[in-house]
Design a protein around this ligand. Sequence first.
Ligand code: FES
Length: 174
Amino acid sequence: MEELGCAPQAARSRRSRRGFFQAGILGLGAAIAAALGLPALAYLLTPPKSGQQDAWIEIGELNKFAAGAPLEVAFRRNRTDAWKVVSEKDTAWVVKRADGGVTAFGPQCTHLGCAYHWDDGRQQFLCPCHSSLFRIDGSVISGPAPRPLDRYETKVENGKLMLGRLETLSERRA
Ligand code: FES
């Protein structure tokens, strides 16, 4: 008789222990889901920074450039790509004009992106890939290049030349 009386109580005790463990497992599952899901949600909802560059890069004293003699200068620029900051080497062809103004061209030919150079004898920029020729002001003389050389934004601060964004002709007109 005693055994029969204890059976319902034991069953109730097992049920309450099972309920406790089930609640604990559900709570643990919810905590793990929150720990994994919230950072993933923040990752998905935060817009990545794509291709943002340092605004202005200091190139050097303006008076180190001779008027009418294009000079290729190398510099490093930081670019933020999503959550990564990448330091990239770049170059520009800097042309100081007789009036003291300055223009800086992107280093790639506007046809298919080859590196061009200044030809002292011809007094022209020459692309060796498909023979495009550009004047000292970046305009096209001949060849397949479809537009003038791209230009960096420039400014002079305290006698130092600074380069900004590289712009195509259409961006400059906009
Ligand atoms: S890449 Fe310069 S002419 Fe074709």
